[in-house]
Design a protein around this ligand. Structure first.
Ligand code: GNR
Ligand code: NI
Length: 167
């Protein structure tokens, strides 16, 4: 397994639309394993392939307390959504920034597992939020882009300052 570098906002590669996986093969399973290792090491509760500069529709997440419930979604699609909720989100590609975002409260997602078999999951709570956050990454969207222009400008200024300090 390998730790993969995570792209940082405002890297323009985070705005790439990921392409569907055509065949769930050993290369895809290796990517899932490397993404899981990277997510746990970060640590984060989810990671989209876009964030590690692989523009294929693959995401991993683990919202369990004890970090023993790894889930992998290949070619995920939201096939149903209901309700609305607001919650504070963070992102490994936007370190140190936590902002409130509005999402659907419940979603049903269809995807393939690492064996290439289709499955469906109905999610609510943190799992539903995380699935929407990760699928947004695969569509080139970062959560801070839901904020007002003023808030986004302030976040960009803060990130630029952080980057100067760490450089
Ligand atoms: O680790 C993460 N935490 C988190 C918290 C609230 C809502 C979404 C997330 S996902 C984030 C990891 C990440 O950046 N995934 O893309
Ligand atoms: Ni993120």
């Amino acid at each position: 397994m390998a730790l993969l570098p995570i792209l940082r906002y405002p890297d323009p590669r985070l705005h790439t639309q990921a392409k569907p996986v055509e065949a769930v093969d050993a290369g895809v399973r290796r990517l899932v394993a490397d993404m899981a290792e990277t997510m746990y090491a970060a640590p984060g509760i989810g990671l989209a392939a876009t964030q590690v500069n692989v523009h294929r529709r693959v995401l991993v997440l683990d919202v369990s307390e004890d970090k023993t419930r790894l889930m992998a979604f290949i070619n995920p699609e939201i096939v149903w959504r209901a309700g609305e909720c607001v919650g504070e989100e963070g992102c490994l590609s936007v370190p140190g920034i936590y902002e409130t975002v509005q999402r659907s409260e419940r979603v049903k997602v269809r995807a393939l597992n690492p064996a290439g078999e289709p499955f469906e999951i109905e999610a609510d709570g943190l799992l539903a939020v995380c699935l929407q956050h990760e699928i947004d990454h695969l569509d080139g969207k970062v959560f801070v882009e839901y904020l007002s222009r003023l808030k986004l400008a302030r976040i960009k200024a803060r990130l630029a300052k952080q980057a100067r300090i760490t450089a």
